[in-house]
Design a protein around this ligand. Structure first.
Ligand SMILES: *Cc1c(COP(=O)(O)O)cnc(C)c1O
Length: 439
């Protein structure tokens, strides 16, 4: 690609392509990725590789690229499957990649979760999970149970039903009030280091909301242990135990949306190992960030009850269900994950983030510094100046994508100590730059 074509790349992009949550008339700056390898990206502000800078990816491409880029084994898995076949419909047909992945998910996820639906993205997985819950209640002869209980501060995706269980005020979808079905919101769980009294107060409020709406509720859906895109909020496992209790008491299914937390990010392979849900949604890191794929895993009891609903089947079946390329790379990603010492890596990265970010606590303009697993978060008092923060982070050697009042990192598990330190330096630089720009 020569320089003229490279300039065309960004010019055409600016004129014609929407980016996530952006305006077509006043687009924010985008940089061109001209290469990626390991935990690193080559970013160009002109589109030309000649101008590219090499930075550490602190985002894992929205939390998905846990093994970094161009992993030799993941690359090979995709190539091998291309040489067999890239896609076939899943209606009436099956194939080894889907079956091998299904078997791996049944084995890796907690005991009892062993019925698998392969969906094509996280949002679709949440749609399918909600549909499963509604069909379960219908199978029990309870069609009037069709609302969901969730907590404030959550995020479950951008399609309409996932939006309806996402935080109605603070989230990305506040403008849709009146359009979305209205679900039931309990208070946000307290912070992960909350005192017992605080947890008890939250439990009382959660139980009261559940009891008030019990007759119309079908299920509970939450991101367990860590609310992600809604605000990077880790909370106590005791809250999950309460949710399990409440679900059992009122005949509700408990759905854990582990699209962000799955595959080791919080220090647990799945949070569902701590408290077992009835339905588990997986996505993002499932394919090591190579392709879009998600899965919904549930119990035999739920599957059988769905079959007793009026249609007798689970009413969902996307065109690209069980895409063989995506399944093949997911299988290899799970092998790489489980054969490496992911737990040690997550702990090592988490500790370095924690120690490195601690000095920012108490800085004027910084509201909080927190971490869980391989996640490090700095919360400012004011919304982050994204341009100032991003420019400063890149100058310090890392790619970060702050949102709201948060500057944070979720690095690939393959980051070396030096690369984590670079991410820490970039978070410091981004924090200072944003504070100066908004002062
Ligand atoms: C990202 C995310 C989703 C949506 O996944 P997409 O693949 O973007 O549709 C849903 N739930 C959670 C918790 C997520 O982090």
């Amino acid at each position: 690609m020569d320089t003229v074509v490279a300039q065309d790349l960004l010019a055409f992009d600016r004129e014609h392509l929407w980016h996530p949550y952006t305006s077509m008339t006043a687009p924010t700056q985008v940089r061109a990725v001209v290469g990626a390898s390991g935990a690193r990206l080559w970013l160009s502000e002109t589109g030309s590789p000649a101008d590219a800078v090499n930075v550490v990816d602190g985002m894992s491409s929205w939390w998905s690229a846990i093994h970094g880029y161009r992993h030799p084994r993941l690359d090979q898995a995709v190539k091998d499957q291309v040489d067999r076949f890239s896609h076939v419909m899943f209606g009436g047909l099956t194939h080894a990649p889907a079956v091998t992945l299904g078997r791996a998910l049944v084995e890796l996820t907690p005991e009892g979760l062993d019925r698998v639906f392969l969906a094509d993205s996280g949002s679709v997985a949440v749609e399918v999970a909600l549909k499963m819950v509604l069909q379960f209640q219908r199978g029990l002869g309870e069609p009037a149970r069709r609302r969901f209980l969730t907590v404030r501060g959550g995020y479950h995706g951008d399609t309409f039903h996932p939006m309806s269980v996402t935080d109605p005020d603070g989230g990305m979808h506040a403008m849709w009030k009146g359009v979305l079905p209205e679900h039931v919101f309990a208070p946000q769980p307290p912070a992960y280091d909350a005192a017992t009294g605080e947890i008890e107060a939250w439990a009382t409020a959660f139980k009261a909301v559940a009891a008030e709406h019990a007759h119309e509720l079908a299920g509970i859906i939450v991101e367990p242990l860590l609310q992600g895109a809604g605000g990077m909020h880790p909370y106590p496992v005791a809250c999950l135990e309460i949710m399990r209790e409440v679900a059992d008491e009122h005949g509700l299914l408990l759905v854990f949306d582990e699209i962000a937390t799955g595959f080791g990010r919080t220090g647990h392979l799945f949070v569902s190992e701590l408290v077992r849900p009835d339905v588990l949604c997986l996505g993002k890191a499932l394919t090591g960030g190579y392709m879009t794929l998600a899965a919904v895993v549930t119990t035999d009891h739920v599957a059988r009850t769905i079959s007793a609903s009026e249609s007798g089947v689970l009413m969902h079946g996307p065109t690209f269900m069980g895409n063989p390329l995506a399944c093949a790379v997911a299988i290899e990603s799970l092998r790489v994950l489980t054969r490496a010492d992911w737990k040690a890596n997550v702990a090592r990265i988490g500790e370095r983030l924690r120690d490195g970010l601690e000095p920012l606590r108490g800085l004027p303009g910084v509201a909080d510094v927190r971490s869980i697993g391989a996640v490090g978060v700095v919360e400012l008092e004011q919304p982050v100046d994204v341009k100032a923060a991003t420019d400063a982070a890149i100058a310090a050697g890392a790619w970060l994508r702050p949102f709201g009042r948060l500057v944070y990192a979720m690095p690939p598990y393959v980051c070396s100590d030096n690369e984590v330190d670079t991410i820490v330096a970039a978070i410091h630089a981004a924090t200072h730059a944003s504070l100066e720009a908004t002062a």
